[in-house]
Write a protein that binds this ligand. Structure first.
Ligand code: GLN
Length: 203
């Protein structure tokens, strides 16, 4: 089981990769740096063997999917996830790791048993912020930034819902060592989600 958020850096993953093909990977690398964890900007599939965990950032899931396929990431990523490497998709990254994305004819890693709806909030509410109740991170609400965010419309039996918006929309979930968030924890200075993710490999 993941250790409680806020526990010492000693239990965190040693080297964490951030998929640097497209999107806001630099913000994730900066967050890892603040946590004292070595971050690796992953640009080649062989680098997946050099890391203990992988974050797939927000950006454009169509572009991330196409580039990942073009550079030969998908098979290797599936192999590493099957070996137990923790993988976290934020926003576009969550789309990329979902098994089902209706109406999305682009390559997916398809790791996590969930259905994700892209751009689920429509144009009127392109971006918004919300304070989420995330019991696994402790009592303090998590301030979440949503940018053209997806939502999780179905989770499989092995998937635990970590956070929902008022009204029940699922915006964070975990399946073993796979984590998905619709929002962008790397854009705030609350590192609890990063700590939580980095503890998953230690369980
Ligand atoms: N709407 C984007 C997509 O479908 C995701 C947006 C984001 O990552 N902030 O890929």
């Amino acid at each position: 089981m993941p250790v409680a958020a806020g526990s010492s850096a000693a239990v965190l993953t040693a080297r964490a990769g951030v998929l640097g093909l497209q999107g806001d990977f630099a913000e994730h690398l900066a967050t890892l740096d603040r946590l004292g964890v070595e971050g690796v900007d992953v640009r080649r599939p062989a680098q997946l063997d050099e890391i203990d965990a992988l974050i797939i950032p927000g950006g454009e899931s169509t572009t991330i999917g196409k580039l990942a396929e073009q550079y030969g990431f998908i098979e290797k990523l599936r192999d590493r996830a099957a070996e137990g490497m923790p993988v976290w998709g934020t926003c576009a990254g969550a789309i990329f790791i979902a098994k089902e994305v209706p109406g999305h004819p682009h390559p997916l890693a398809a790791l996590m048993d969930m259905t994700v709806d892209r751009n689920a909030f429509g144009r009127q509410v392109d971006s918004f912020e919300a304070d989420l109740d995330v019991p696994d991170l402790g009592a303090k609400p998590f301030h979440a930034v949503f940018i053209r965010a997806p939502r999780i419309t179905r989770v499989g039996p092995g998937v635990e819902v970590l956070a929902q918006l008022d009204g029940g929309m699922i915006v964070a979930a975990r399946q073993g060592r796979l984590l998905a968030t619709s929002f962008h924890p790397e854009l705030t200075h609350d590192e609890r989600f990063h700590r939580y993710f980095l503890s998953l490999g230690k369980g």
